[in-house]
Ligand binder design. Structure first.
Ligand code: SF4
Ligand code: SF4
Length: 316
C-alpha cells in the first residue's frame, strides 16, 4: 500500500471551490447508486424489477442442505466497503494494508468514478472460490462483507430532483442457481436486515455511501461544481476509505491538525479508534470533494487561502 500523499494545498483547493459558486449545481440532477449490488453468483444480473421497502416480504432461506450450497461464493463480484475492510482485517489479525494486498483487487465504482476495492476470487480468471469459502461455508461468517450479508437483497441509495435528502430502497436478486428462494420461510426486508445485523455496516459506511451517491450525481455535470476530481484527489479517496493506518499517518504526521480545527477530545479518540477515524475521513473527503462544512479550516488558514485565491483572480 502506498504511503499517504504529503499534505499540500487543500486550503487553496477549498478557496478555489469557494470562488466557483457560479458553476453548475445539483438542483436538476436525479441519481441512483447501487451500494450493495448483491451479485455473488455467475449468472447475469437477475434483479426483480421491484423496489422493496422494509415492510415488503419475500421468501428465502439459505442452509447447507441445499444443492447450491457455496455456489454463490465462487466468482463473486463483491465491492468491499470501508467497514468491511476494517472488520475483515481484524478478523484475520492483520492490518488493512496487508489485507488489501492479500485479498483485494482495485476497481472503479462505475457510477461515482471513484476507486474502490473488490474481494479477489481465486482461479486464473478470477471466477474461482472466495478466499474465505470452505466446504462447511463461510469461514468469516460473523465478519463477512456487507454484500454477503445483504444477499439476496441489493440496496440502492437515491436522490431525486427537488429532494432535500436521499432515500434508500432495496431490490431482490434471483440468480438461477440459488435454491434459497424456494424455501417457504417468509420475512420482510426489515426483519431480514435485522437478522443479518447490517446496522453497524450502515452506521459506519453511511458517509462513504453519501460520497459515492453525491459523486454520481455530479458526474453528469462533469464533477463537483463542474470539475472532475484529479488523480491525486482520487488517490487520497482510496487511501482514506481503505486504509485507516495510512489515513491516521496523514492526520498525525502532516499539517492536517494545523490546518483543520478538530476538537482536542476528538483528536484523542481518532488516535486509537478506527471507526471514529473512518468517520473523520468521510467528513474530510466531503469537505475536499464538495466543499461541505463537515470539517472546519482553522481561521487563520481560511483567511490566508481566501486572500491567496482573491489575489490570483486579481480581486485584491
Ligand atoms: S465472504 Fe463468505 S459469504 Fe462472502 S463470498 Fe466469501 S465465503 Fe461467501
Ligand atoms: S441458497 Fe443462495 S445464498 Fe445460499 S448457498 Fe445457495 S446460492 Fe448461495
Amino acid at each position: 500500500m502506498t504511503n499517504p500523499t504529503p499534505f499540500t494545498s487543500e486550503e487553496e483547493e477549498l478557496a478555489e471551490l469557494d470562488m466557483e459558486a457560479s458553476r453548475p449545481t445539483l438542483d436538476d440532477v436525479n441519481a441512483e447508486v447501487e451500494i450493495f449490488d448483491a451479485v455473488r453468483g455467475q449468472s447475469a444480473f437477475p434483479v426483480q424489477p421491484v423496489r422493496l421497502t422494509p415492510e415488503d416480504t419475500f421468501s428465502f432461506r439459505c442452509h447447507p442442505e441445499l444443492s447450491c450450497w457455496n455456489k454463490c461464493c465462487h466468482g463473486a463480484d463483491i465491492t468491499l466497503t470501508p467497514f468491511d475492510i476494517l472488520r475483515l482485517s481484524r478478523r484475520l489479525g492483520i492490518r488493512p494494508a496487508e489485507f488489501l494486498v492479500e485479498y483485494t483487487v482495485p476497481a472503479i465504482h462505475d457510477k461515482a468514478d471513484l476507486p474502490i476495492a473488490k474481494l479477489r476470487s481465486g482461479g486464473e480468471d478470477g471466477r474461482g472460490a472466495c478466499p474465505f469459502n470452505a466446504p462447511e461455508g463461510c469461514t468469516v461468517y460473523e465478519d463477512r462483507p456487507a454484500t454477503c450479508r445483504y444477499y439476496p437483497l441489493g440496496m440502492v441509495s437515491m436522490k431525486m430532483k427537488d429532494m432535500e435528502g436521499k432515500d434508500d430502497f432495496f431490490f431482490l436478486v434471483k440468480e438461477v442457481h440459488c435454491q434459497g428462494h424456494c424455501d417457504a420461510k417468509t420475512q420482510n426486508v426489515g426483519q431480514f436486515r435485522a437478522e443479518q445485523r447490517v446496522e453497524d455496516d450502515e452506521r459506519v459506511n453511511r458517509g462513504w455511501i453519501d460520497i459515492l451517491m453525491k459523486m454520481a450525481s455530479w458526474k453528469v455535470l462533469g464533477g463537483p461544481m463542474g470539475k472532475a476530481p484529479d488523480p491525486r484527489t482520487k488517490k487520497m479517496f482510496f487511501m482514506a476509505t481503505t486504509d485507516v493506518d495510512a489515513f491516521r499517518r496523514f492526520v498525525f504526521e502532516t499539517r492536517f491538525l494545523e490546518t483543520y480545527d478538530i476538537a482536542p477530545d476528538a483528536v484523542e479518540i481518532v488516535r486509537t479508534d478506527d471507526e471514529a477515524l473512518l468517520l473523520l475521513a468521510f467528513d474530510w473527503l466531503k469537505n475536499v470533494l464538495f466543499n461541505e462544512p463537515t470539517i472546519a479550516l482553522r481561521e487563520q488558514v481560511l483567511q490566508q487561502a481566501i486572500a491567496k485565491a482573491r489575489d490570483s483572480m486579481g480581486a485584491a
